[in-house]
Design a protein. Structure first.
Length: 175
């Protein structure tokens, strides 16, 4: 079972988080999928609507072993094995319809064989979680609210745990 921290970030919070995380240990942001076995770091975060924009990987060559990848033939791309690789899933928080949708940092700290991942990786991941916990306001739900997201809420914005489809009312007719 992995560890996670849930948060609400606006775009400025996200940039500040990644800059501060990079000071802990140089990191690479990787796309969730790749057409090749080599996941090349991206220099700018993908914009909303770009395939896979909302879910990325954080990886530090200084602290982590190279990610293990596998081919998904049905989709014709490679994915990182999140259980056995030393990567952190960065599910991005984002604005939608005057709301901020919750994001999270998540990592599996044990392999499939229940072996602990390297201490360097676990320590790095815990430092990333601590960065959010010490810099953000903790909500009663246990989620964390970034400074920009806090201002967004103060201005009337809403927080949503997830993006859901429209509500549909089902009507049953009696005969």
């Amino acid at each position: 079972m992995g560890k996670q921290v849930n948060f609400y970030m606006c775009a400025a919070d996200e940039i500040e988080f990644l800059e501060n995380a990079n000071k802990i240990a140089p990191l690479s942001v990787l796309e969730y999928t790749s057409k090749t076995e080599t996941f090349e770091p991206i220099s700018t975060l993908p914009g909303k609507g770009v395939p896979g924009w909302f879910q990325l990987w954080l990886w530090s060559a200084e602290r982590c072993q190279s990610p293990l990848v596998r081919w998904v033939p049905q989709q014709r791309y490679f994915v990182i094995d999140s259980v056995d690789s030393e990567v952190v899933e960065f599910a991005r928080s984002h604005e939608h319809d005057h709301s901020i949708i919750r994001g999270r940092l998540w990592a599996e700290v044990n392999t499939r064989e229940s072996n602990s991942k390297s201490q360097a990786f676990v320590s790095w991941f815990e430092s990333l979680m601590k960065l959010i916990k010490k810099s953000y306001r903790k909500l009663p739900s246990g989620d964390y609210l970034g400074p920009g997201a806090d201002r967004f809420v103060a201005g009337g914005g809403l927080l949503r745990q997830m993006l859901t489809g429209p509500v549909v009312k089902v009507v049953h007719h009696l005969r």
